[in-house]
Design a binder for this molecule. Structure first.
Ligand SMILES: Cc1cc2nc3c(=O)[nH]c(=O)nc-3n(C[C@H](O)[C@H](O)[C@H](O)COP(=O)(O)O)c2cc1C
Length: 327
């Protein structure tokens, strides 16, 4: 595998993608422990960083065990993005900065940010150039196949990003109008890979270890980004590595599955405190349970769990129940 940029060598080609509200510090730690080669922070607003918003700054708190890590920012004003990138780097000590040009959410695109920048490539170029000048670390841009089926401009957009100073790219093969539905078009990523000289990370439908290794090979990309496939399954990275080197998939047994969920939940509580952490961890716990056959009776309780003690009690009962890992 090629290094993604000078000075940025991912440990392997299986990368934890940015997910707002999901890839916080605890989840990044668990995924890196399970073999992810690189991880991304959640996206943060460059404008909020320039206002020194404390909540936004807290999203960029990075532990050494999460490195290499990329801090992702979004926004559409070149000078604000440049200043935001400088602050993001200072706060996180990250190994690189990524610019989000793929977010489909109306509250982001409505401001001309995220994937809306694919409709204004001249402005996108100015944003990339401004951030390039502002930070000395590797710079990447994450974008989609295009805005909609009629305007798939990923290849031209990729060339523009390269010419504006990006060191590597990440392509999600869906259009903005698809949001997260339908299928991701791996052909678009393969075409981008052919069109530029810089490394490319493939994203979209890397929902299992098999799908991730297939996406890597089909697109010829330098790395593959795993997002929803890691929810409730951080071991997907170890499984990808095992498949990649010619061994089989790794599926943890029920005990290991529950142990990893406990590790994740304890980490959240130690980083955020029990009162704040427990409500946040419920969705993760439900993702873990969703991957176990026979866990339905525990889901209702898990959806309301509010203390670490109650969570541990559910885990002990789960260990005694006849659960099976879903294939
Ligand atoms: C809940 C959620 C939050 C996401 N947040 C971000 C984000 O903050 N920045 C970003 O670039 N992509 C974000 N994404 C997109 C993912 O990084 C990834 O590109 C996308 O989910 C496609 O991969 P998948 O089909 O394998 O999940 C998010 C996706 C999900 C499901």
């Amino acid at each position: 595998m090629r290094p993604l940029a000078a000075g940025l060598c991912a440990k392997n080609p299986f990368v934890l993608g940015p997910m707002a509200g999901v890839t916080d510090s605890a989840f990044r730690t668990v995924c890196m422990e399970q073999g992810a080669g690189l991880c991304y922070t959640e996206m943060v607003s460059a404008r909020a960083l320039t206002y020194h918003d404390r909540k936004t700054a807290s999203l960029l708190s990075v532990q050494p065990c999460q490195r290499p890590v990329i801090a992702q920012i979004f926004g559409s004003e070149p000078e604000v993005m440049a200043e935001g990138a400088r602050i993001a780097l200072e706060l996180s000590g990250a190994d690189g900065i990524d610019i989000n040009m793929g977010c489909p959410m109306p509250k982001i695109t409505g401001n001309g940010e995220g994937s809306a920048l694919m409709r204004t490539p001249e402005l996108a170029a100015r944003v990339i150039s401004a951030v390039r000048r502002a930070v000395p670390v590797p710079l990447s841009v994450k974008f989609r196949a295009g805005w909609d089926e009629q305007s798939k401009n990923a290849v031209e957009f990729a060339r523009m990003a390269q010419d504006s100073g990006a060191d590597f790219l990440c392509v999600h093969g869906r259009t903005r109008s698809q949001f997260y539905g339908g299928h991701s078009d791996a052909g678009v990523t393969a075409a981008v890979r052919q069109a530029v000289d810089i490394p490319v990370i493939a994203s979209g439908d890397a929902l299992s270890a098999r799908a991730s290794v297939r996406l890597l090979r089909e697109t010829g990309a330098d790395a593959v980004m795993i997002a929803r496939g890691a929810q409730g399954a951080p071991w997907i990275f170890a499984s990808c590595l095992s498949l990649y080197i010619g061994h089989g998939e790794i599926l943890p047994d029920v005990q290991t599955h529950i142990e990893l969920m406990r590790r994740h939940v304890r980490l959240v509580c130690s980083l955020k405190g029990e009162a704040r952490g427990m409500p946040e961890i419920r969705k993760h716990a439900l993702w873990y349970l969703g991957r176990l056959r026979g866990a339905k009776p525990f889901k209702v309780r898990m959806a309301q769990v509010s203390t670490l003690g109650a969570f541990e009690e559910i885990c002990s009962e789960m260990l005694k129940a006849r659960l099976q890992v879903k294939e």
